[in-house]
Design a protein around this ligand. Sequence first.
Ligand SMILES: *Cc1c(COP(=O)(O)O)cnc(C)c1O
Length: 403
Amino acid sequence: MGIASSAHPRGRLLLGAGPSNMEERVLRALTNPVVGNCDPALLPVMAELQRLLRLVMGTRGATFPLAGTGSAAVEAALLNLIEPGDRVAVGVAGFFGERVREMAALCGARVVVLPAAWGQCIEPEQVAAAFRRYPDIRAVAVVQGETSTGVLQPLSDISQLVRAHDALLIVDAVSTSGAHPVDMDAHAIDVCCAGSQKALSAPAGLAPVACSPRALARMRGRKLPVPSVYFNLQVLADYWGTPDFCHHTPPVSLYYALREALRAAAEEGLPQRFARHRRTHLALVAGLEAMGLTMQVAAPADRLWSVNTVRIPEGVDDRKVRHHVLAEFGIEISGGLGELAGQVWRVGVMGTNAWLANALRVLAALEEALRAQGVRCGSGLAAAQSVFDTEQLVAEGNALLTA
Ligand SMILES: *Cc1c(COP(=O)(O)O)cnc(C)c1O
């Protein structure tokens, strides 16, 4: 095996469920000079990161990245808000909801599961019914973008119910932050967890988390201490407010890169960025359907823009197709998770990858791979192009109307 084959694979287009590719400017930021914990040069970097994260999460609350991947943010949220014996309702509509349930149980919660089939949302009526049955529910946790199924969970109605019962709302927005509006304050979310390597196109290793004043007050009022030194969010909020004590070695290179990715999002404009994700998603879905494939999520309004789940046709070898797409086209797509393993492919068009050209590339690659398997399928390219163009015209028309 030569050096080339053993070391760095070149030019992967990452269209799976994450990570996504990084822009040049983000990659370059990783090479900025490293500074130490107590260097005053670190302060403006931390301040800008927090300001930009507030923008992306839609909040005026305390926002900072944890050193860890998205899962760390979710686990920290639960560790800090749940005390043993607390009643906590968890929406479980896929792999990541199930993980939240597991984490909440490990925190000692009496978990009330709000179940949904894999491919559907949690209905507000389920939340209402849970509150009727258990008026002592202290927190509700839901996943906004259930990456295992491709479902976008609407938050407005659930948020109103949670507020009306004076409970806390915890949201896993790891796969939606940067692709969909998260609108933390508008949805009265108490702890919101984001991810860096998905629709924000930053490196993995930082997990932005945001806490409402209510969440911080709940943490201060705990009867028992948070069972974690490293993930104590109150201490971390203090540290990010005034980093005049040593908490942990700041992963400075990752700060630089995340800051650059957030700057890119702010420069593009968040509404424009969300619209770009939506257009690319619609084009990709049109292409997949024109090929004769079926989306896992039946209702178009319930589909996540960042991760698209498509059914694997009967008799097709999942692994062979993914291998073909990777080996021949340098494109990564993901297989299914949990219940949907072997049944769906997950195609991510997120962050810097959410462009028509990438949707067309993955459609062409899938067509080739399916034909290599002896499947007769149509071409999706024209349909994808046409939907993208139409959406673009509509967007330009709307821009003119509102100008
Ligand atoms: C990816 C993902 C996670 C886990 O994030 P990691 O960065 O892989 O730890 C959690 N929740 C959702 C919805 C995700 O898509």
